[in-house]
Design a protein around this ligand. Structure first.
Ligand SMILES: NC(=O)c1ccc[n+]([C@@H]2O[C@H](COP(=O)([O-])OP(=O)(O)OC[C@H]3O[C@@H](n4cnc5c(N)ncnc54)[C@H](OP(=O)(O)O)[C@@H]3O)[C@@H](O)[C@H]2O)c1
Length: 330
């Protein structure tokens, strides 16, 4: 079977390759084997290949933060899933055709939902949801401002905020994103670069946003935080510019703005199995109800991983790049 790996940190499409390895052995006690039907290429995967992610694995390394698959075999003492079940894997290293894992890592997800959407369920939807829910008390009518608003996280955030009556100001890099994000439910869309504070004052009638959600770092978060009300909270959750967050002393001291960091990993680690099941059941239900959908630009076979990774690194994509390791999904 095929598995993606890299033997040196570097430019993703140069160092990544799909190689032939043995299929997983029959599952042992408490284990499960599943076929991987689809996985997305996320910015964190690209950072991992570049050696810039939180975890720098020993080389050669495999990777892949998330996937959707189907259980093909179970070891003894596994009762929460069955052979044939559609599952997502909460563990990593998912860029392969088949995988053996401790069964407790697998969460069953419903049939009848687009598997490509389920492949993107683990990381970005809970990231958007938890950032909206866990840092600031937001009431209907409150404003949240975010950048990289057309990213998958950004799209989820717009949808979840709209469903809860929270209003969003969305900062993007391209004018052509204004219309699609507005039809997704964005209350306002701003193209980055100008005086964000001034625009936010106009949009919010002087109130400002209570929460700023930043995926970019550098001076992008400085501009975003200028749209906050005094005492507001800025959360950084991404490293898209490759630069450290810059906040001014004026923002921190005189305007009493707080800077927080979000990482999904400790949130998931801190949850019980039941809490995780409930989180993902709720998010899967949102897909089923039509409240959650992440745009997809292209899917690739695993053999074309170099082209897939190169595509995922392009600016101005209209959606995610996914790989279907066991053939196209109908
Ligand atoms: N902390 C966590 O636990 C956590 C969890 C999930 C995701 N994330 C982070 O969330 C961010 C978005 O992930 P995603 O999967 O939603 O992304 P995605 O769907 O792959 O989209 C990438 C986005 O990044 C934007 N972008 C790329 N480089 C940029 C730059 N230098 N300045 C401004 N925008 C830039 C792109 O804008 P254009 O369309 O204009 O190119 C696009 O909106 C990433 O940084 C990812 O690592 C963090």
């Amino acid at each position: 079977m095929q598995r993606v790996q890299f033997s040196a940190f570097g430019t993703p499409e140069e160092v990544i390759e799909s190689v032939e390895i043995d299929t997983p052995p029959p599952p042992g006690d408490g284990e499960a084997v599943f076929d991987v039907d689809a996985f997305p290429i996320n910015p964190a995967d690209l950072l991992t290949i570049e050696g810039r992610y939180a975890v720098k694995p020993p080389l050669p390394a495999t990777l892949g933060a998330e996937c959707v698959g189907r259980v093909t075999a179970l070891g003894q003492n596994v009762s929460h899933i069955g052979v044939g079940d559609r599952v997502i894997n909460l563990g990593r290293e998912n860029w392969c055709q088949s995988k053996s894992v401790p069964a407790e890592q697998l969460v069953r997800v419903p049939e009848g939902i687009d598997p490509l959407q389920l492949a993107m369920l683990k990381v970005n939807p809970p990231t958007a949801l938890l950032m909206l829910q866990k840092y600031v008390d937001l009431a209907p009518g409150d404003w949240v401002i975010q950048n990289a608003a057309n990213s998958s996280v950004g799209q989820c955030l717009i949808r979840f905020a709209r469903a809860g009556g929270i209003r969003t100001i969305n900062v993007v890099r391209r004018q052509e994103l204004v219309a699609p994000l507005t039809s997704l439910g964005a209350d306002a869309v701003i193209v980055d670069g100008g005086d964000i504070a001034d625009q936010v004052r106009t949009i919010t009638g002087g109130a400002g946003a209570k929460l700023a959600i930043d995926a970019v770092g550098g001076t992008a978060i400085t501009r975003l935080a200028d749209g906050l009300t005094d005492g507001g909270t800025a959360i950084n959750y991404g490293l898209l510019s490759g630069r450290n967050c810059e906040m001014t002393s004026h923002q921190l001291v005189f305007r009493q703005i707080s800077l927080r960091g979000f990482w999904l990993v400790p949130w998931l680690t801190g949850m019980t199995a039941e809490e995780k099941e409930s989180l993902y059941a709720g998010l899967a239900q949102r897909i089923a109800d039509g409240q959650l959908r992440i745009d997809i630009e292209a899917t690739y076979p695993i053999e074309d991983i170099k082209a897939a990774v190169a595509h995922a690194r392009r600016e101005g994509r209209k959606g995610k790049i996914l790989v279907t390791p066991n053939g196209p999904l109908t």
